[in-house]
Design a protein around this ligand. Structure first.
Ligand code: NAG
Length: 577
């Protein structure tokens, strides 16, 4: 019933206030001040609905609550109408809009909020506005009661809003707080397209460090690409050398192990990976994640998505849903090539692996959020919507992809035959063990991205608007190249030690990047943030686990795909005796 109600409200909102969406206002047209959330300044993701504090609502009554989109609900946006009367280009003298009679409880709540440096967020015409609740002075708690809005306009559009809090009142039980506001409209020359510029922190994002890190990673790419092409050329050249009896053995060769080490395992390299069902599902999901990340970054560059609430997440959900066939295609075809028969089970695992991971974490955090009454608690209707997307969009599309993949690319076409009996894996030095190689594999990819990680974490946890998606795209591409090169080198060492279990090793060697990212996230939590409390800690580590997990699957897949091209290439030159 509640949800139906919400839906009707939502339709009304869309019908009645379309000027919020085209951002065009006529003179004296209503401008809505939406109250969003309130929360501790140092815990910026811990937010509660504005009216969870005993603030009062103005006398103007309109719709009081709505979640416009799925992603706004997921991100804890809680827009509620303030009841404050604002009209386009019409100044309002200072005057009371409502009053609160404090009792013991309300007094305590306000004191708590002021003590924890609570601040609140509002929206006018999609522009965020922040204000602090109160101030502590000499162990006395004061609350700001006057809001002065200075709104800049250009033609029929709102360009910027400045809020000044005035009139401190000492909080004492049983006092009556009178909340006042005033509105001053000022013409400005700034263009509508540039109105978000004042929220962007150029000094932070365009810092020399940022450019320097990109340059650094770029150098690493050149070095690694050089290394890989050298390995590739040497392995291929040696074949010619064998025919022409042209002996030119250099020192590198002895260091890299037995001369023909990797050729010994030609009868086993294309043996299906162990747990091929899980493996192919991971690879399928990885293809999808990689595509989604790439598309979202490109859309963010083209569409300046940061100017609209929640649009980045909406785009991500949408792109994720429609790219499900990619998951099915690559996962299903790989599973078929590995001779798997349980293809329906594989498809289900593949389709629901990430959604389950995300929902599981979200569910866990949700319980804590509900306990704290935080606005991060996901409404029931939203959960139903997410489940429907999974069942009725993602699953059928994955099925389509799987069927296509199995039929179009399901035949194994390996350059070498697979021996009937697996070859025993010889003893080798400790640093050639897959476990060690996996741990080493993540270091360079992590090194190429960790400065960008700092910027991404900071924008997410400290409310800086991330807008340098061009940088992000560059880092993404660099990460992909570094990951592929590193896994190729790792696999080359592994195969030279006559260990043919390269599929999982290459996947995990690349995926271990995410372990380093998570360790970095732990460091970031303790040294760069001032978060506290169970809710915030669970929220931070839960979402960081999601982020690292997705990153790991993405890197792992890219590493595996690059390596399988490499393996195919070098073994296609082997003459089978
Ligand atoms: C808001 O504040 C900024 C910085 O102080 C100022 O440049 C701008 O003109 C102000 N806008 C309005 C509408 O007063």
């Amino acid at each position: 019933m509640h949800n139906v109600h919400k839906l009707i409200v939502l339709c009304l909102v869309v019908g009645a206030y379309s000027d919020e969406h085209n951002h065009i206002y006529g003179d004296n047209e209503e401008v809505i001040l939406w109250m969003n959330t309130v929360g501790p300044y140092h815990n910026r993701q811990e937010t509660y609905a504005y009216f969870s504090l005993p603030f009062c609502v103005g006398s103007k009554d309109t719709i009081n609550h709505y979640h416009e989109t799925l992603s706004e609900a997921l991100q804890g946006v809680e827009l509620e109408f303030s009841g404050i009367d604002i009209e386009f280009k019409s100044n309002v003298q200072k005057g009371e809009y409502c009053a609160v009679q404090l009792n013991e409880d309300k007094y305590k709540v306000f004191v708590y909020a002021v003590k924890n440096h609570y601040w609140y967020q509002m929206y006018i015409d999609d522009l965020p506005i922040w204000g602090v609740v109160g101030e502590i002075k000499d162990n006395n708690y004061y609350i700001w009661t006057h809001k002065k809005f200075e709104i800049g306009y250009n033609g029929k559009q709102i360009i910027d809003v400045n809020l000044t809090s005035e009139d401190k009142v000492l909080l004492t039980p049983n006092v009556k707080l009178s909340f006042t506001y005033e509105v001053i409209w000022k013409p400005t020359e700034t263009k509508f397209e540039d109105r978000f510029d004042k929220y962007l922190d150029y000094n932070f994002f365009q810092h020399r460090i940022h450019w320097f890190s990109i340059f650094n990673s770029f150098m690493m790419v050149i070095f690694l690409v050089g290394l890989v092409s050298m390995i590739l050329m040497r392995t291929l050249r040696k074949d010619y050398a064998r025919y022409s009896k042209d002996e030119d053995i250099d020192d590198m060769e002895r260091d890299l192990g037995d001369e023909y080490g990797w050729k010994q395992v030609h009868g086993d390299v294309f043996r299906p990976a162990s747990n091929s069902l899980v493996f192919s599902s991971l690879i399928g999901a990885g293809h999808q994640v990689t595509t989604v990340v790439f598309c979202v970054i490109v859309f963010a560059i083209l569409g300046e998505l940061y100017t609209e609430r929640g649009s980045l997440l909406s785009t991500a959900i949408f792109v994720y849903a429609i790219t499900s066939p990619i998951n099915g295609y690559f996962g299903g075809s790989l599973y078929a090539r590995m001779g798997g028969k349980l293809w329906i089970r594989q498809m289900t695992v593949s389709a629901f692996m990430l959604p389950a991971f995300v929902c599981g974490t979200a569910f866990f955090i949700n319980f804590i959020a509900i306990y704290y009454h935080a606005s991060r608690a996901i409404p029931f209707g939203t959960m139903v919507a997410v489940t429907c997307i999974c069942l009725f969009i993602i699953l059928p599309l994955t099925l389509v992809g799987t069927v296509l993949g199995r039929n179009l690319a399901g035949q194994p076409d390996y350059p070498c035959r697979i021996n009937a009996v697996p070859r025993p894996i010889p003893e080798k030095k400790w640093f050639m063990e897959p476990g060690v190689i996996i741990l080493m594999g993540g270091i360079l990819p992590f090194a190429s991205i960790f400065i960008e990680m700092y910027f991404i974490f900071t924008s997410f946890w400290a409310y800086k608007i991330y807008y340098v998606y061009g940088f992000m795209l560059l880092v993404f591409i660099i990460l992909m190249i570094v990951t592929v090169c590193v896994t190729i080198v790792c696999t080359y060492f592994l195969l030279n030690a006559e260990d043919y279990r390269w599929q999982w090793t290459s996947f995990l060697a690349a995926a271990s990047t995410s372990a380093y990212v998570y360790i970095y996230a732990i460091y970031y939590f303790f040294f760069k943030t001032k978060m506290y409390g169970l809710f915030q800690t669970a929220f931070y580590f839960g979402y960081m686990a999601l982020f690292s997990g997705a990153l790991g699957i993405m890197c792992g897949t890219v590493g595996y795909v690059g390596t399988s091209v490499f393996v195919r290439k070098i073994y296609s030159t082997v003459k089978i005796d």
